[in-house]
Design a protein around this ligand. Structure first.
Ligand SMILES: *[C@@H]1O[C@H](CO)[C@@H](O)[C@H](O)[C@H]1NC(C)=O
Length: 232
């Protein structure tokens, strides 16, 4: 009895410490979302973000005027994403978590084909960032409710395959293990080599940079082509 009370207090303290640590970042994001609901500010910010983008390859952050940014659901989603990011077990230079995923289908697309000689590509479809019954995105081409079971998730992943035929797509399990281990929500890029995380992209959408991934792969390919020098 005493022990479980102690454990409960420890748990509560841990939770409180986590909340305190995440609070500044969360409040900042909340203020940003609130500001983004003023359309003139939204347009200006999106323009600025577009201009500061180094590469045309990186998908621009787009938000239509009709989209509400500051809602209970959006705040919940942002908090959840920041918490996952903070607690993730995938870290640069460390062993890559080998989480369970479910196979959808196998084939291959563009950046994938260009680097097929040095890398295998895998899309892990996780929970929806903008489910139709959560933080709705009016920009989304599909309105998908939160996945209640694995079948829902597999069905939604099939849509991804129909949009990008040829990608290797697997889905996260219903414990959302990959999402948690990699802090993937809303979206994220990783490169794993010899079971180590060798590239960890920023949190999407603003930190999602395909150009960075390409840069890493180019450098890696060059390092393979360079003749080995033997120092004796
Ligand atoms: C995983 O995410 C889905 C939403 O896609 C949710 O319904 C489910 O409860 C989550 N699982 C856990 C263990 O949190």
């Amino acid at each position: 009895m005493h022990d479980s009370g102690g454990a409960q207090i420890a748990q509560a303290l841990k939770h409180a410490a986590l909340c305190l640590m995440l609070l500044p970042r969360f409040l900042l994001a909340a203020v940003m979302l609130w500001l983004l609901d003023f359309l003139c500010i939204r347009r200006k910010m999106l323009l600025k973000m577009g201009q500061s983008q180094d590469s045309a390859e990186d998908p621009p952050v787009c938000v239509s005027d009709a989209n509400k940014m500051f809602t209970v659901e959006s705040l919940r989603a942002v908090w959840y994403g920041q918490k996952l990011d903070f607690l993730k077990s995938a870290h640069l230079g460390r062993t890559a978590p080998n989480t369970e995923v479910v196979l959808v289908h196998e084939r291959r697309p563009r950046i994938v084909r260009q680097y097929a000689d040095i890398a295998d590509f895998l899309v892990v479809y996780i929970e929806e960032a903008h489910p139709s019954d959560g933080w709705v995105s009016t920009d989304a081409p599909y309105q998908i409710p939160k996945h209640r079971c694995l079948e829902d998730r597999l069905r939604a992943a099939q849509l991804m395959l129909s949009e990008v035929p040829g990608s290797n797509v697997v889905v996260d399990n219903m414990d959302n293990s990959s999402n948690a281990a990699y802090g993937a929500y809303f979206e994220r890029l990783y490169i794993v080599r010899d079971e180590q995380v060798v590239y960890q992209g920023g949190r999407g959408p603003e930190g999602y940079r395909i150009s960075e991934l390409r840069h890493w792969l180019e450098e890696y390919r060059n390092s393979l082509l360079r003749p080995a020098v033997l120092h004796v």
